[in-house]
Design a protein around this ligand. Structure first.
Ligand code: FO1
Length: 342
């Protein structure tokens, strides 16, 4: 699965649940082995475009969102960070003027960032660090950062007071401080052309039975993963069906702020436009199948005209049941698309 934090975590939990229900023995693996991340039936390639250095530590927000959510230690109400969080260190950092006063590093969360940074300083790669972080909780899926290179996203915005009338800010400043309200002119994933997929990413895609695009932001989450050289080729070459889930329902984003990002790449905020943007593999695009919400059923015929096998199903993930049902629909569509005999 390719996923970001927003829209990704709920869907990944649904997939984990549905896979457990359909293959309770873990596809022949022992329970202990199945629960170990590296032996999981499900591999999640996680967006790293939101990552940043702040207050001397490396943050990987999407990776941590998935880690905390799958471990059941996330703050579900707030939508990011740890449950039961305290902010004593953050208050001190504010006094010292370190970090961003509008970006809170909770005490428990800081434990993760300190552990990560300390392992990076010891010479581990981000994906090796990710592997260590996953040893703490039996996630039942394996998380891999899409790349070990730092490709932090920056946003170019119009600013009449800046030289040249434009300025660049880190994605997190645009997203969290300005709530994506500054009209973006472009997104730049720094050094992305020199990045390569983290170990295991291409192999996971090449050997998958099914590849899923989570209903994450098509521009700054899935889009960033797809911009890493090698990932598009791996998707083009895999024998597995590739099925995506729309992050847009009836012209509105399900969660997150994709509606502030899609216009920047000239894509309308609709399930149909995002499906067409990813495109059909049969005509050089990325997807075989595309799931849209029931309210977007009228788009199915036109999507099929564009070469995608589209289905309309309930997309709202209100709880684990509805998330698992959506995962089941994606797995079923993948099975229907699998070449005969494979
Ligand atoms: N989101 C916020 O809205 N406010 C915050 O103060 C904030 C702090 C934060 C700290 C660590 C971390 O890993 C994530 C954090 N987030 C915060 C969430 C994050 O900025 C975004 O929601 C994601 O990057 C978008 O996917």
């Amino acid at each position: 699965m390719l996923a970001g934090g927003v829209g990704g975590a709920r869907f990944v939990r649904g997939v984990r649940e549905e896979v457990r229900r359909r293959w309770p023995d873990g596809g022949g693996r022992s329970e202990a082995s199945f629960r170990r991340a590296q032996d999981s039936a499900v591999t999640v390639v996680v967006n790293t475009g939101d990552d940043l250095w702040l207050a001397g530590v490396r943050l990987m927000p999407d990776f941590d969102s998935l880690l905390y959510s799958l471990a059941g230690v996330n703050d579900a109400e707030r939508g990011w960070g740890r449950a039961g969080e305290t902010e004593r260190v953050a208050a001190e950092l504010r006094e010292w003027g370190v970090g961003w006063p509008w970006f809170t590093l909770g005490d428990l969360d800081l434990g993760t960032h300190l552990a990560r940074t300390s392992w990076l300083r010891e010479g581990l790669t981000p994906s090796q660090v990710g592997e260590r972080l996953q040893r703490r909780w039996p996630l039942g899926v394996r998380l891999i950062p899409a790349t070990d290179s730092e490709v932090d996203t920056h946003v170019l915005v119009a600013d009449p007071d800046a030289p040249g009338g434009r300025r660049e800010l880190h994605f997190q400043e645009w997203w969290t401080r300005h709530r994506a309200t500054l009209p973006a002119l472009a997104f730049e994933q720094r050094n992305i052309d020199d990045a390569c997929p983290a170990p295991g990413v291409v192999e996971a895609i090449a050997t998958a039975d099914l590849v899923l695009f989570a209903p994450s932001n098509p521009v700054v989450s899935i889009g960033t993963i797809l911009s890493i050289p090698g990932i598009r080729d791996a998707l083009a070459e895999t024998r597995a069906p590739v099925v995506g889930v729309s992050p847009i329902i009836a012209g509105k984003v399900v969660r997150g702020m994709a509606d502030a990002c899609l216009p920047v790449i000239g894509v309308e905020t609709s399930a149909e436009a995002v499906g067409r943007h990813y495109g059909a593999r049969a005509s050089g695009g990325l997807l075989d199948g595309w799931l849209v919400d029931e309210t977007d059923a009228p788009a199915v015929a036109s999507l099929e005209g564009a070469g995608l096998v589209a289905r309309s199903v309930p997309l709202w993930m209100r709880d684990l049941e509805t998330s698992a049902a959506l995962a089941g629909a994606a797995i079923d569509l993948g099975a229907a698309l699998r070449p005969a005999g494979s």
